[in-house]
Design a protein around this ligand. Structure first.
Ligand SMILES: O=c1ccn([C@@H]2O[C@H](COP(=O)(O)O)[C@@H](O)[C@H]2O)c(=O)[nH]1
Length: 234
């Protein structure tokens, strides 16, 4: 899998995306999430893919197994590289997602890697315990979801950098740890709670990093992306 930093295209319209992407003269690994997909629908995926970029379709499916399996079968037809569900949906839901993804992948095409969100990087331990009534540490909860995800046969998880190494130790190096919440040193943390720098992520066991506003909100996005990439690849 492409290991470039995954750039989150959290924009309100197709035009914003194209204006942003035309600044870059190279194929990127980009993430299309709910904001853009809800505005533009599956066509935005086809159009960004046609520009030659690899795509993480970050829709975080979470519903009953039958619904998620069918939805994943449809998403598979878009030919993206990485897709996800919420691990909190449970093992049968994750297994259905995998079945749907396999069933929807065209013969001769590579199936997208399927990963599951553990605890969002915007969640603190205190908030998780109080709101979700989970009587574990955040690290234990994330590790539990990672093990469940592995048992369901998926390829990895979304977690913060803080849990990445423990997941690699428990689930194996090949099990993906995709980590959002990436910020350049001293940058605005926005709504993220479990954050790390690109070099911290590399050092602490991330397989792939996801970076959005630190690049999209920078005065010079190309320079900010270059800085993230250099720190990640150093
Ligand atoms: O736990 C999660 C899961 C997904 N995300 C997504 O990643 C990006 C992060 O954007 P930033 O601007 O770098 O904060 C965003 O699209 C989220 O939906 C996450 O942050 N945490």
């Amino acid at each position: 899998m492409n290991t470039k930093p995954i750039l989150a295209l959290d924009f309100p319209s197709e035009q914003h995306v194209f204006d942003f992407l035309q600044q870059f003269n190279e194929p990127l690994f980009v993430k299309i999430g709910m904001e853009l997909y809800m505005q533009e629908g599956p066509d935005i995926v086809r159009k960004v893919k046609a520009l030659g970029h690899d795509i993480f379709l970050d829709l975080k499916l979470h519903d009953i197994p039958n619904t998620v399996g069918s939805a994943m079968k449809g998403l598979a037809k878009l030919g993206v590289d990485l897709v996800n569900v919420h691990a909190a949906g449970g093992r049968p839901m994750m297994e259905a997602a995998l079945e749907g993804l396999e069933a929807g992948t065209a013969v001769g095409s590579k199936r997208a890697a399927l990963i599951a969100v553990t605890q969002l990087t915007s969640t603190t331990e205190e908030q998780m315990q109080r709101e979700q009534k989970i009587a574990l540490s955040l690290q234990e909860s994330v590790l539990h979801y990672a093990s469940l995800t592995k048992e369901a046969g998926l390829n990895g998880v979304v977690c913060s950098v803080h849990e990445a190494q423990a997941i690699a130790d428990a689930c194996g190096e090949d099990f993906l740890r995709v980590t959002p919440g990436i910020r350049l040193a001293g940058g605005d943390t926005h709504d993220q709670k479990r954050i790390a720098t690109p070099d911290g992520a590399k050092h602490d066991g991330s397989s792939l990093i996801v970076v959005g506003r630190a690049v999209t909100g920078a005065q010079n996005p190309v320079a900010a992306y270059k800085q993230v990439r250099e720190l990640w690849e150093a």
